[in-house]
Ligand binder design. Sequence first.
Ligand SMILES: *Cc1c(COP(=O)(O)O)cnc(C)c1O
Length: 393
Amino acid sequence: MTTELMKQADQVIAKTYKRFPVVFLKGKNSTLFDTAGRSYTDFVAGIAVCNLGHAHQRICQSLTNQANTLWHVSNLYYTVPQIELATWLVNHSFAERVFFCNSGAEANEAAIKLARRYFKERNETNRFRIVTMEKSFHGRTMATLSATGQDKIKTGFDPVLEGFDFVPFNNAEALRSKISPSTCAVLIEPIQGEGGVRCPDADYLRAVRKICDETGTLLILDEIQTGMGRTGKLFAYEHFGIEPDIMTLAKALANGLPIGAMLAKDHIAAAFGPGSHASTFGGTPIVTSVALEVCKMLVEDNIIQHTHNVGAYFKEKLFGLKNRHAVVADVRGIGLLLGMKLTIDGASLVTRCMQKGFLINCIQDNILRFVPPLIIQEEEIDRLIKCLDEILE
Ligand SMILES: *Cc1c(COP(=O)(O)O)cnc(C)c1O
């Protein structure tokens, strides 16, 4: 059955993904079950999406309640869940206004458009360039791939959108010298996710904030991967003693339903008036009611504190692997956004972990990324560490 399904998939689905030979049927908490009756402990969580794991009862309940009530009416009208989610996000962040869309790329598109329009409204019409980072990842639409600092994402899609300048991550002086009178914004991930779980030095983001303030440049934080508790704070910027002007969210916001959000200070968000930007599906009742429940749970169930604790435990165990195995070159990350750099190719390790019932992810060829559901338990981490220990042996 499984082989037949995969053969069928290869005939009808676009070949944009190299998939592992497994068909998943269902999940519960941090465990997934496939069509062959095997189970896997999930350290991928749909790429940092399913923060509350799979089929969480409270989330399922909020989904079915809303599914039986109201799905969609468009943004020509108000709906209760959208208002409540926006209020929650405003109450728990630096932001004063929220624009809803459907994905990370769309949230970054909105941020890029808002930054440009903000300066147009101030009659600084030549201020449209955006500085972003080498090895960054901001999405796959034309604007967001243009903003992304990785050539492989752009191959075959020339000409990319004009107006993006690139500097090395974690180098404040390089950023300072790249900002010109035509720069409108700096777009940056607080921790580079796809780029290899690369963390900044403790004072780097404060320096970035200062440079933006001194030059009147907007600071856009892409917290699509780092937000919603992933790093042991609700938003990663809280670790670094700064606030952005604009922030983008997506991935974990609705635990797997498609959603994106762009948050901004009011005087900046004001550049988006009626008709300036829109999304048919943005902020539908069904998606925002689930997202609201996810947000409430993060706080009410102390999940962020749990992430902090269990993340520290996990990282310590990874350092243990580093001490025992010479092929482990580096361990990095915060909370449950963790990376382990190898001196060898990571792909075969991922396959062998999968054979032993663990899903992990490999990025940039040799960096293992661990982004489990935030509800992961120490016992599950222990079992993965034991598995990695045996494989590395
Ligand atoms: C995943 C990701 C995106 C793109 O999100 P999509 O929903 O796939 O469009 C953008 N930025 C960061 C930092 C991401 O991790």
